[in-house]
Design a protein around this ligand. Structure first.
Ligand code: BYC
Length: 332
């Protein structure tokens, strides 16, 4: 996906002794930092995951961002503005974290815009009304927090540190969503029906967000071995179900799964079959809003062209002036 940068790292020979030391550092809980030796596959997996995570944050601004101009009150508008802005910030931290591994911002953006890079399945669905804002905050952000709390303990220092900050902000995102869902659930029958409808539409995409079942997850084994993931897709999905199902039931809301049941023995809520064919279609670009999301990102990239060109022109002038000054001082 990020050919040029990765070619460079693949030329470094894998040395069994170095690999043993590297794995020992991970076992003892040390963080791996950008200048440290790391296997090429560790670097490749991190670039894949962190850049896809960054893309998810940026594309994830779109479904809720569409409601900023139609928020039902000033308070809700301020909350939503802050949330969507936070997601943009998360994308920036994550692109920076990926850059420490040798990939460039341009390569990552090209991979997104050309459709080579993935981003979270969950952002390929429409937001039909304001209840969707509450349900995204409550369900999607909660799912993201569980996943990201696990990643905050990952072995790569820059990713782990970015996650600590992101999780603190995501907690606010979940709270605002939960607050809106609670209010609507306790509101008029129409409001309650709206929020139930939104849960029905977002439920399955949110369960899919954790990724395929462990038996069908090709990346998990190496990610767990090297401490990038510290929990599996199914473990996180189970933690989500066990917490969210009783909370929704307590609000008089239901989950659109006729096979959902509580297993007394394990203490787990068990979900019915997930439509994985649908999931694979969505992440390969054929979901309800993939085209619209990519169009919006391409347009935003095009609209920002003049800023990038102005910055490049300024930097090259600055470079010439610095050279003229013997590299010292600021040219005015
Ligand atoms: N969506 O081997 P697997 C947010 C792909 S945004 C799309 O299990 P892995 C927010 C996977 O990439 C936060 N693709 O993969 C923002 C792989 O394909 P490739 C989003 C998915 O990496 C705005 C293939 O399926 N969070 O919070 O071990 C508003 C096989 O899967 C998905 C992150 O990005 C998916 N859901 O595990 C509100 C977290 N799942 O790449 C909220 C960071 C799987 O081999 N990422 N695929 O071609 C992760 O933790 C892991 O990458 C995943 C998947 C758990 C998602």
């Amino acid at each position: 996906m990020y050919g040029n940068s990765l070619e460079k790292v693949r030329t470094v020979e894998e040395d069994p002794e170095r690999l043993r030391e590297f794995e020992e550092r991970i076992r003892s809980g040390e963080k791996i930092e950008p200048g440290d030796w790391m296997p090429a596959e560790y670097r490749r997996q991190l670039i894949r995951m962190i850049s896809q995570h960054a893309h998810s944050e940026i594309v994830g601004m779109l479904p809720e961002g569409a409601w900023i101009t139609r928020a039902p009150s000033l308070r809700r508008k301020l909350i939503l503005l802050a949330k969507v802005q936070d997601e943009g910030g998360h994308g920036q931290y994550l692109y920076h974290a990926a850059e420490t591994l040798g990939v460039t911002r341009e390569e990552m953006i090209d991979a997104l815009l050309s459709g080579k890079a993935k981003y979270s399945n969950v952002f390929n669905y429409p937001t039909l009304n304001y209840a969707d804002v509450g349900v995204i905050g409550y369900l999607v952000d909660f799912a993201a927090i569980l996943n990201q709390t696990m990643l905050a303990r990952c072995s790569y220092g820059p990713y782990a540190r970015a996650m600590v900050r992101i999780c603190a902000e995501e907690n606010f995102h979940k709270k605002q969503g939960q607050d809106l869902v609670i209010r609507m659930a306790r509101g008029t029958p129409t409001q309650k029906a709206m929020v139930q409808d939104a849960i029905n539409r977002w439920w399955w995409p949110t369960l899919m967000m954790f990724g395929p079942h462990d038996s069908d997850s090709p990346n998990s084994e190496v990610l767990i071995r090297w401490g990038i993931k510290t929990k599996t897709n199914d473990e996180l999905r189970q933690a989500f179900l066990n917490q969210i199902v009783p909370e929704l039931h307590a609000l008089g809301l239901s989950v659109p799964d006729p096979d959902l049941r509580y297993d007394e023995e394990s203490g787990n809520w068990i979900h019915g079959p997930i439509d994985w064919d649908h999931f694979w279609r969505v992440i390969k670009g054929h979901g309800p809003c993939n085209h619209e999301r990519m169009q919006a990102r391409r347009q935003a990239h095009e609209d920002g062209r003049w800023v990038r060109e102005a910055l490049a022109a300024y930097a090259s002038r600055q470079g010439r002036n610095d050279a003229g000054n013997g590299g010292e001082g600021l040219a005015l």
